[in-house]
Design a binder for this molecule. Structure first.
Ligand SMILES: [Zn+2]
Length: 469
């Protein structure tokens, strides 16, 4: 696209969003009155933000080959499609049981050119019960080992859905009207053994949904029914990401080729079109910075008693329906989570500040680029971050939130300035994060230093500060 067309396109994209925001004057003035409360809420939300959400507790213990990161949309050859690859069909069948607060799950392995001989799941008895299956099923502490018959077979269990975060608010919940949960937990990660070069042809089905219910997932429909679950990174493809089922209102749109669905239970105050409008306007900027968009993005909004923040997952994100598009400090939970999903960037151990800092920095930056934050407001947002993180002595930590992330934003803003002042007028932090995103998403300080040095022709001074060590 030529440069001269961009401002026009930008405006035409924003027009519906501006109208929507203009219409919501009542809620706007309420938000304005609640400024201080909103600030507090933002801080709380930042402090609790974790991009892996509820899944971490159950899945992180197994964060090995089968743990799908948020990077699965990377355009790389799918090993399952190579000539030598063997396949086995696997159907995930899910039935929601609101009366029991659970989902009944069946994992049905079929007969294919390859097979799995052993699946070793992380399935603590507190969440997974009534487990039975064909072949051999054995519990060993929190592990559940299933050796299916060679021709395939079924593993059946009940998964208890409700999960309250330590700090209050649910991150998985089933009611009589809806269910919101992570597919990563519904089907926990497993260490697998099987024939060499074997890959799943996985499909997710919802059986006997209660009357009036439908289900939304981050996956596209499969030929022959259900949703096709495809993850090139693993041979036991699980339906990772957010799943929302119930009496739903859903708005859909294609944003730069990405199929976006914004779903929320009906009869609640969710502002689906605000979220869709913002995502629409942000699409081209997200693509420009991170170089790619996933084929599908599911955004789920839900009311109390869900946790009042945002949580990202593969190809999907959750946002409490009361989260504002832009917080009073100038950051945006929606954009923060969008950056996690689209970039797939996650810090290596001890360097979570890189992923969290990038998500928070670009939540301000991208809202400014689409014209929803004035330059003055953008500067104030960066000032807020500077002040909020001023006492942070080190960015090094396994998990970054609140003040540490604010400190990371200040560092990244300085890094962006250093790159822009380095001589090449077109270079910016965008070039560094795009490379981080395209190289699989795992980000370390060493990599950040190397990419920056390559770009500006000398080691970055900003990245020598004591706070990063
Ligand atoms: Zn985050």
């Amino acid at each position: 696209m030529t440069q001269s067309l961009r401002p026009f396109l930008r405006l035409s994209r924003l027009a519906p969003l501006m109208l929507l925001i203009g219409c919501g004057s009542a809620s706007q003035s309420q938000a304005a009155k609640g400024g201080a409360a909103e600030d507090a809420l933002t801080t709380v939300a930042m402090a609790r933000d974790r991009h892996a959400g509820v899944g971490t507790e159950l899945a992180d213990a197994d964060a090995g080959a089968d743990e799908a990161g948020v990077d699965e949309a990377v355009a790389r050859p799918d090993p399952a499609l190579t000539e030598d690859a063997r396949h086995y069909p696997v159907d995930y069948r899910v039935r929601f049981l609101p009366d029991e607060g659970a989902a009944a799950v069946t994992i049905a392995l079929g007969r294919g050119s390859g097979h799995l001989s052993r699946l070793d799941f992380h399935m603590p008895a507190s969440r997974y019960r009534a487990i039975e299956g064909d072949g051999k099923v054995e519990r060993n502490g929190d592990r559940l080992v299933w050796a299916p018959p060679r021709n395939g077979g079924e593993l059946r269990y009940r998964y208890r859905i409700d999960h309250e975060r330590g700090s209050g608010g649910y991150d998985a919940r089933i009611t009589d009207d809806w269910a919101l949960l992570r597919g990563d937990d519904l089907v926990p990660s497993a260490r697998t053994r099987g024939t060499r070069d074997t890959y799943a042809q996985a499909t997710l089905h919802f059986d006997d949904l209660p009357e009036g219910w439908s289900a939304e997932t981050p996956w596209k429909p499969a030929h022959g029914g259900g949703d096709a679950v495809v993850n090139p990174d693993t041979r036991f493809d699980r339906p990772t990401g957010w799943i929302l089922a119930g009496r739903l209102g859903v708005r859909r749109e294609s944003v730069e080729g990405m199929a976006v669905s914004v779903a929320a239970p009906i009869d609640h105050a969710a502002r689906r079109l605000d979220v869709l409008g913002a995502t629409n306007a942000l699409g081209i900027e997200l693509q420009r910075v991170f170089g790619r968009l996933p084929p599908k993005l599911l955004i789920v909004l839900a009311p109390d008693p869900m946790w009042r923040g945002g949580l990202s997952a593969p190809r999907s994100l959750y946002l409490h329906e009361h989260r504002p598009l832009i917080s009073e400090n100038g950051s945006s939970t929606l954009v923060h989570e969008l950056v996690h999903v689209v970039s797939g960037i996650r810090g290596v151990k001890g360097e979570d500040w890189i992923a969290e800092g990038i998500a928070e920095y670009y939540s301000i930056e991208l809202m400014s680029r689409i014209g929803l934050l004035s330059e003055d407001r953008r500067q104030r947002a960066l000032e807020w971050m500077k002040n909020h993180g001023r006492r942070v002595k080190t960015l090094v930590a396994d998990s970054s939130s609140g003040k540490r992330t604010a400190r990371a934003v200040t560092l990244l803003a300085a890094l962006d300035r250093e790159i822009r002042e380095s001589g090449d007028e077109d270079a910016s932090l965008d070039d560094v994060v795009r490379q981080l995103a395209s190289s699989g998403g795992k980000a370390s300080l060493a990599e950040l230093r190397e990419l920056t040095a390559d770009l500006i022709g000398k080691p970055s001074t900003v990245l020598q500060q004591a706070v990063v060590e």
